[in-house]
Write a protein that binds this ligand. Structure first.
Ligand code: HEM
Ligand SMILES: [Ca+2]
Length: 800
């Protein structure tokens, strides 16, 4: 039985049995059930289940200074303590921590009693933890601490030189320079990466030389932090390109901006608490190699999805690139020898190559024992939280703001603009009416054999041929809008035309992402639980909450939203026949064929995507980025697992607990066959990596991912919505770039199908599915682009 079905079943049984019992009796039942560890093999140690069961479940509203949310969305309580508490069987839970079961962290009901939440206080609740180091604090004088810190900085500086042997490591990059570091002009200058590294290396050195005592003490000192710039143009009608000053509250101006650190839903599980990757099991053994997990658990079997098409997969990747990009510490260094037989001697300290077994079912025939993997860069401290561990950063703006189209810095946008009529540069073939992104002449964006390679706002756009199609669609839409706006308002400058077209494109993108795409990922339950419905036609929303940090979390970017990798088909069914997906990687040359773009869009809508499960195409697990002259590439599923360990995201079960769900207490909870495989790999169910556990779950009803990923994705999209002052449907109260009501109504009519039609090479021979993410069916019949189901944006509302 799969995790989800057994979990859901377990939950139902426990609830049914207990709703009529009195409080003490219910506790007894819970304890006895946990001792026998049964309800379909699951322990009844669910935080929320207990609440329901023992009758303390509050149906009354929360106290005035708190609101009812999922535990996941309450940053004000120590979520990890609750998760840790729930990880113990009830009879081993310390009485002192029973507070989680009652008192101020009152449980409350969301959504007609179906979902349980926590009364989240509006201010942080300070914990008096016994192990906070206060005893040690008095032992070290300020002077001694400063001395140790200087020593640690010297050690870190020497180690840093090994990272960048040729680079200059300037004195002014040391940790104490934070207060006055000038803000970089361009996105992620190398100094930023170095500074982040310098910081974690200093913490690690401090930990070593003081046995941890100084780290604790130092972490408790108020930080001199790099606070974002004051936002003079905070009321600008247009977003910045890097996402700064979306939030104009002091201290919030960098939230969600390119280079800003990712958030954490739970504290990391670094080996040393600072930056050493998570590689050791609860039992003290090493965790299984990421490749071993991938090759044992993930097979390439054709498992087409019943309703979603490949365009759904493709839009997901496009969106992922809008909000997240892990930045490698070093893009040039090699972690394995050229022939892949061994780890490089004196490899960069950022290397964390994936070991490959000599008995590997694929790589062994090529003698490969080492797979390249470079750790992700960590951010320097950029806010005032007392954090003493590595926080990875996103090098693109975290908002859904078209950064993959326009770039993520003013400089990048400048290079992409035509500086004429508000348009973006493009490659225009008048006779074919075939507008494509401009060519990228740099060497490393495509395969060396590719005759065409495109430049867009995101460096990853040539990864897959169908990704180029979506980039082309949005480029065409931008230029189409700019041309039309120019006809309506001939007096508008190039800048106004550009920014107005950009504003509409971003609104359309958000409308499609939240209205059409997201509900199909997470299903209706999570859509309503996280109130992710869009406002009704013609009404403004007031989603904005200046206290919501929209930044992506590590858990979301390294695990949950990578669900899409399981949906990639092995072959793309193109009009002239199927082609191995991997053969289209980094080579979009076929776009120069006259009807290729139109045909590709039709094909993407008709081919089913693959289901989210343990089936992964070998295009990704064997042939990702095959180098010239080689017959193998790298394994993306293994890389995802390794990336999770690089970020030290906690294991799967902790996120089940965080979501108030029953955890997997035995491997068999994953199903008999998978459970057996897992048992042969991991030494404890609490070791299972988040990515692995997540893809093994059964999809939620009406969605494509399981419960755990659905909740993580819902939470993140809710932050994208509530933390974005410029969210397209927000009205004049909060949004300096709001639309008028008639304009908003126009945008709310847009569908992906309408964009495809508006930008087809030949709209007279283009057919679309009104629901562009679903396969053709009774409710979704193919229509031609002139059909009434396909709305057209009336831009006359934009006439001055
Ligand atoms: C053939 C299609 C695809 C290929 C070749 C591909 C390849 C990759 C690669 C190489 C990475 C970087 C891995 C690392 O070093 O950690 C990555 C990251 C990622 N991918 Fe994909 N991907 C594909 C489709 C998708 C889809 C369909 C989705 C989602 C629906 C998706 C979501 C993500 C996310 C969220 C990341 C993390 C981005 C970051 O923060 O760096 N990908 N992908
Ligand atoms: Ca973005």
């Amino acid at each position: 039985m799969s995790v989800r079905s057994s979990l859901i079943k377990g939950l139902a049984v426990s609830y049914k049995n207990m709703t009529h019992c009195t409080v003490p009796l219910c506790v007894v039942i819970l304890l006895s059930m946990s001792e026998t560890a049964s309800i379909d093999g699951m322990r009844a140690n669910d935080f929320y289940t207990q609440g329901k069961a023992n009758g303390t479940h509050s149906r009354s509203p929360c106290p005035p200074d708190s609101s009812c949310v999922r535990l996941l969305q309450c940053p004000e309580v120590d979520r990890m303590s609750i998760v840790r508490y729930l990880s113990r069987p009830p009879h081993l839970r310390p009485p002192a921590e029973r507070r989680w079961e009652s008192s101020v962290w009152r449980r409350c009901t969301l959504q007609n009693g179906e979902f349980n939440g926590i009364c989240c206080p509006s201010h942080p609740v300070l914990e008096n933890s016994a192990d906070n180091g206060s005893l040690l604090l008095s032992k070290m004088s300020q002077h001694a601490l400063e001395e140790l810190l200087r020593h640690a900085e010297t050690i870190a500086y020497q180690e840093l030189e090994k990272f960048f042997p040729e680079g200059n490591v300037h004195e002014d990059l040391v940790v104490h320079s934070h207060g006055g570091l000038p803000l970089p002009d361009d996105v992620l200058p190398p100094e930023l990466v170095r500074e982040g590294l310098q910081e974690v290396l200093t913490w690690q050195a401090l930990e070593r030389i003081s046995n941890g005592t100084a780290v604790v003490q130092h972490a408790q000192r108020p930080k001199r932090c790099l606070v974002g710039p004051p936002c003079e143009k905070g009321h600008s009608r247009y977003r910045t390109f890097d996402g700064r000053c979306n939030n104009i509250k002091p201290g919030g101006s960098l939230w969600g901006s390119a280079g800003y650190p990712m958030e954490r839903l739970l504290p990391p599980a670094y080996g040393d608490g600072i930056w050493a990757p998570r590689i050791v099991s609860y039992t003290g053994r090493y965790l299984p190699s990421a490749r071993k997990l991938s090759s044992t658990l993930f097979v390439d079997l054709h498992q087409p999805h019943a309703t979603r098409n490949v365009l759904f997969m493709q839009f997901g990747q496009f969106l992922a690139h809008d909000f997240s990009r892990n930045k490698a510490i070093d893009t040039k260094a090699k972690c394995c020898t050229e022939d892949g037989t061994a780890r490089m001697k004196n490899a960069s300290l950022g290397c964390m190559p994936i070991p490959v077994s000599s008995r590997d079912d694929f790589y062994s025939q090529h003698g490969v024992r080492c797979m390249h993997f470079m750790r992700a860069a960590v951010a320097p401290m950029r806010d005032c939280e007392s954090v003493s561990h590595g926080r990875q950063l996103s090098s693109v703006s975290h908002f859904i703001d078209g950064s993959a189209i326009y770039g993520t810095s003013t400089k990048q946008a400048h290079e992409l603009r035509a500086h004429e009529g508000g348009r973006l540069k493009s490659l225009f073939h008048r006779r074919f009416h075939n507008e494509l992104p401009p060519l990228d002449r740099s060497k490393d964006s495509c395969d060396s054999g590719a005759e065409m390679c495109f430049l867009t706002g995101d460096g990853r756009s040539n990864q897959l041929i169908s990704l180029v199609a979506v980039h082309t669609l949005f480029l065409r839409e931008h230029n189409r809008l700019a041309r039309r706006l120019q006809q309506l308002n001939p007096h508008w400058s190039d800048r106004t035309l550009f920014q107005e077209a950009r504003r509409i494109v971003i609104a359309q993108l958000q409308h499609i992402a939240f209205g059409e795409y997201l509900p199909k990922v997470i299903g209706p339950r999570y859509t309503s639980l996280y109130r992710l419905h869009l406002p009704s036609h013609g009404t403004y929303s007031e989603f904005y909450n200046p206290n919501t940090n929209p930044s992506v979390s590590s858990e979301f970017t390294v695990a949950a939203f990578r669900f899409g990798h399981s949906t990639v088909p092995s072959k793309l069914e193109l009009k002239d026949g199927p082609v191995d997906t991997w053969r289209t990687f980094l080579n979009p040359t076929r776009f120069r064929e006259r009807h290729f773009y139109d045909d590709l869009f039709e094909a993407l809508q008709h081919q089913p995507m693959q289901s989210v499960d343990e089936m992964f195409s070998t295009s990704l697990t064997r042939f990702l980025n095959v180098k010239q002259g080689k017959e193998y590439g790298v394994d993306l599923a293994a890389i995802n697992i390794q990336r999770g360990r690089d970020h030290a995201v906690r294991p799967y079960n902790d996120y089940r607990r965080l979501g108030g769900k029953l955890d997997a207490s035995s491997f068999e909870d994953f199903g008999a066959e998978t459970g057996q495989k897992l048992r042969s790999l991991y030494s404890h169910p609490d070791d299972v990596d988040l990515y692995v556990g997540g893809v093994l779950e059964q999809p939620v009803e009406g969605g494509v991912v399981g419960d755990t990923f659905a909740e993580l994705i819902a939470d993140q999209f809710s932050k994208f919505q509530h933390g974005d002052r410029y969210f397209y449907s927000n009205g004049p109260e909060t949004n300096p770039g709001h639309f008028t009501v008639p304009q908003l109504k126009e945008i709310q009519r847009v569908t992906l199908a309408s964009l495809i039609c508006a930008n087809a090479g030949d709209p007279h021979r283009m057919y679309v599915l009104p629901d562009a993410f679903d396969l053709p069916g009774d409710g979704n019949r193919e229509v031609d682009c002139t059909a009434h189901e396909i709305p057209r944006l009336d831009l006359s509302w934009w006439r001055d």
